[in-house]
Every structure is written in C-alpha cells, then in structure tokens.
Ligand binder design. Sequence first.
Ligand SMILES: Nc1ncnc2c1ncn2[C@@H]1O[C@H](COP(=O)(O)OP(=O)(O)OP(=O)(O)O)[C@@H](O)[C@H]1O
Ligand SMILES: [Mg+2]
Length: 245
Amino acid sequence: MERIIAVDQLVKSFENEEVLKGIDLSINKGEVVVVIGPSGSGKSTLLRCLIGLNDITNGKISIEDVNFTNEKPISKSARIKMGFVFQHFNLFPNLSVLDNITLSQIKNKIQTVADAKSTALELLKKVKLEDKVDSPVTSLSGGEQQRVAIARALALHPQIMLFDEPTSALDPETVKDILNIIKELAHTGMTMIIVTHEMSFAKEIADRVIFMDDGKILEVDSPDNLFDKPQHQRTKDFLDKIIYM
Ligand SMILES: Nc1ncnc2c1ncn2[C@@H]1O[C@H](COP(=O)(O)OP(=O)(O)OP(=O)(O)O)[C@@H](O)[C@H]1O
Ligand SMILES: [Mg+2]
C-alpha cells in the first residue's frame, strides 16, 4: 500500500500551551480515517496543521514524501492536494454558489474561467444543487451550504479530503444527505480524514478510527474493535458518554 501522509512526533503549541503532544500517524492512499475524541483534544488542530492553516511547533509532516517542519511550512503545492470541509461551511457570503466554487481555481490560474465553470456545474450536479448555481450562498439552507462547500473542495481535484465535523452544525434531516455524499466519495477511493461523532457512519466507512485525548492519539483500531472493544478506559468512558448506534 502506498503511503500518502506521514506525521512524525507532531507537536503544536499555542503560546505556552501544548495542544498536540507528539502525534504519529501514517495514512495510505485510499484510506478512510475517522477521528473522534473529546472537545479540546486537538482534532481540529491536527487537521489544520496537515493543511497548513496552523504552523507546526515541532516534528514533521510528509505529504506524498515531501517533508514539512517548523522551518519549512506546508507548501502551496502540497496544500492544494487537500480539500478541507469545515463545520461552519466557511463559504464566501457575498458570492453566488458558482463563484464560491470557481473563485480559487480562477484566482490561482488552475483552470480557465470556462473550464472552472464546467467543473463547477458537474460537481453541483453531483451534490444535487444544479438549480442553485446563481443563488447567493446566504440564501441556502445549512445542508445546501455544506454541499456547496464539498463541491468547492472537490473542484480543486484534491487527492485527500479533510472533513472537520461536517454535519455537526446541521439539522438532523440534512445530516444524512451530507453523510451520503461523503460515503459516495469514499467509494471512489478518495483518501479521507473525517472528524465526526456520527458513529454508525464511522462504522460503515472507516478503515481505521483514531481516538484522540489531550493532544495525543490514545488508540487506533478498526471501527469494530475501537467501538466494541476499546483498549483504554478513557476511550470506553468517552464512548459511553456519546449516544451511538
Ligand atoms: N488559535 C488558537 N489559539 C489558542 N489556542 C487554541 C487555538 N486553536 C485551538 N486552541 C486550543 O487548542 C486546544 C485544542 O483545540 P481543537 O480545536 O483542536 O480541539 P477539538 O478536538 O477540535 O475540539 P472540538 O471537539 O471542541 O472541536 C483547545 O484547548 C483550544 O482552546
Ligand atoms: Mg474541533
């Protein structure tokens, strides 16, 4: 199996507070990894370090065997290999659906305006929003906005998709739509790291589940093992607290 991401003793501090305390992680191409863990355990920070939204304090991140460290931050060429979907969508509120999806390709001269538009239309069909092309994103529901955010991330043809609690700001009926889109992506062989507490979803699609606690990876296992036979009491206590399955 071909490795796509390697994280080696990653440390991230804010001011004097160590938030990631030596993370080791290796992810293969096509793998779907779900990250769970209590609030403040460092899940978002880990994703943000991977995509270069947070700099690294210590340790090393390799993206397709190119190394990044404190002295050598994640490069733009590595960054555009990754699509990021946030909990709160993070769309450009003053732009239409179409412009949200095409802006970055046009600005970064990745595609011509015409090609960017046709890519966007294709993706909007995939997320079933083709009738909203010209709508301002602010007129859309939360679930629709998240579908735009997914289309926007996919428009850059990423090799890796990172999702940070993509459904936790949505109302229950729309959660399934978004999870189904992510499931379809998983079936195309996309490498994905997904922070989510949707346990039955995780059980269905994850190759591995990571439990983070207090800036560390406490436990990594198959979903069946991690959910049904956690090795650590801390994992068990966490799972007992959240409603699942
Ligand atoms: N920009 C920042 N400046 C200072 N501290 C930060 C910053 N970002 C995150 N932190 C701190 O880092 C710790 C980990 O935060 P992080 O957002 O990664 O946790 P999380 O596991 O994603 O939590 P949640 O489940 O609530 O989203 C928290 O204590 C948080 O307050
Ligand atoms: Mg978070």
